[in-house]
Ligand binder design. Structure first.
Ligand code: PLP
Length: 395
């Protein structure tokens, strides 16, 4: 066995079921292991490296900022935070931003803000948040409670009070679950870890209407769908239904850890100084990297490439499905693609693809997920299809 894998097993807590390669370098859509083998990456750090690995604009922004200021407390103002907050607001519905370090933390901030805002606006008693079955919102206690998947929650009870679950893409269920205790509805525009599930076309717009009518906040978790992944900067743009709060992380920092919770001026009033904080939140280096990411996504043709190559790969996968009945469904938007399998283990398929030089990821035992860098080409899509077909042939 590789020496580094042996040492990892010896020294690192066993919370991940890892693929057996040691990655030492990555550029664009390519990754190399410690034996020098090259792979095409359809995982992108799980929807993180949207511009491709080590994008020169991001690397340069990090290098320049690292020479100026690595860290200073949120006791002081810093320019990179302002630059990033302004960009996020200019490109979305948002008017105020809170910075943190991860998706779970961004969702924690959203949950706290929704509760606090509800108290400020309507007094005691409105604290409950409705989330969806099959959702994923993180691994902290509040966010794993928000997550509508028992396997994520098992063994960690007692869970946080104040959450309630509805089926995804079921408007009636949410409308009848909202009561005098509800302060917010929280939803991923497309469920990621739940198996890449795209809701029906009118869902988010109608959900917004129900929330407005009933006076509850709408929170979008765009940790995975945000930053161009679905072919728009934010997935909600596909359906034109703006939320009151949105959370971001993953691809925001181009590979550096950063999360953000963004909201309107009205809802932002729920937080006062001292209500929420994070030592590293809005770190200057991560913020500079994120500014470079946003500039590249909004100036270049990356979103267009994402939509075009995404459609191309989906069409190829559907064609493969027509020839192999074990592919039950191909679904997704842009370059967030899921393939549901039956009668063959998704993990076994992903392992075979790795052997064939293509990294893809299995979600649970039935779904393959493809979330490559948004700069991936049609030729690389062809390679994915060829390797996947080869893997299915031998399984
Ligand atoms: C939709 C969504 N929300 C939240 C998270 C948690 O993000 P993090 O792992 O950065 O805490 C994830 C991670 O996969 C996610 O996909």
């Amino acid at each position: 066995m590789d020496r580094w894998i042996e040492e990892a097993e010896r020294w690192i807590l066993h919370t991940y079921d890892r693929y057996p390669i040691v990655v030492v370098r990555a550029r664009g859509t390519r990754v190399w292991d410690d034996s020098g083998r090259e792979y095409i990456d359809f995982v992108a750090g799980i929807a993180v490296c949207n511009l491709g690995h080590c994008h020169p604009r991001v690397v340069e922004a990090i290098r320049q900022q690292a020479e100026e200021l690595l860290h200073i407390s949120n006791l002081y103002y810093t320019v990179p935070q302002v630059e990033l907050a302004r960009r996020l607001c200019e490109h979305s519905f948002a008017e105020k931003v809170f910075f943190c370090n991860s998706g779970a933390e961004a969702n924690e901030a959203a949950i706290k803000l929704a509760r606090k805002y509800a108290k400020m606006r309507w007094g005691e008693g409105r604290y409950e948040i409705i989330t969806m079955r099959g959702s994923f919102h993180g691994r902290t206690l509040a966010t794993l409670t928000a997550t509508g998947q028992e396997k994520v929650q098992r063994g960690f009870d007692p869970l946080m009070p104040g959450f309630r679950y509805c089926p995804f893409d079921d408007l009636e269920a949410v409308a009848s679950a909202i009561d005098e205790h509800t302060c917010a509805v929280m939803v991923e525009p497309i469920q990621g870890e739940g198996g890449v599930r795209v809701p029906s076309d009118g869902y988010l717009r109608e959900l917004k209407e129900v929330c407005e009518e009933r006076g509850v906040l709408l929170i979008y978790d765009e940790v995975q769908t945000g930053m161009g992944r679905t072919g728009r900067l934010f997935a909600y743009e596909h359906w034109g239904a703006e939320p009151h709060i949105m959370t971001l992380a993953k691809a925001l920092g181009g590979g550096l850890p950063i999360g953000a919770m963004v909201t309107t001026d009205e809802v932002a009033q729920g937080f006062s100084p001292g209500d929420h904080a994070s030592t590293f939140g809005g770190n200057p280096v991560s913020c500079r990297a994120a500014c470079a990411v946003l500039d590249e996504l909004t100036e270049g043709g990356i979103l267009e490439n994402c939509r075009r190559v995404g459609d191309y790969i989906m069409a190829g996968l559907k064609d493969l499905a027509s020839r192999d009945s074990r592919i039950q469904e191909v679904r997704g938007k842009g370059l967030m693609i899921g393939v549901e399998l039956e009668g063959v283990s998704a993990k076994a398929v992903a392992m075979k693809c790795l052997e064939g030089g293509v990294l893809i990821n299995a979600i649970g035992d039935r779904v393959l997920r493809m979330v490559p860098p948004l700069v991936v080409t049609e030729a690389e899509g062809d390679k994915l299809l060829e390797v996947l077909e080869g893997a299915l042939k031998v399984l």
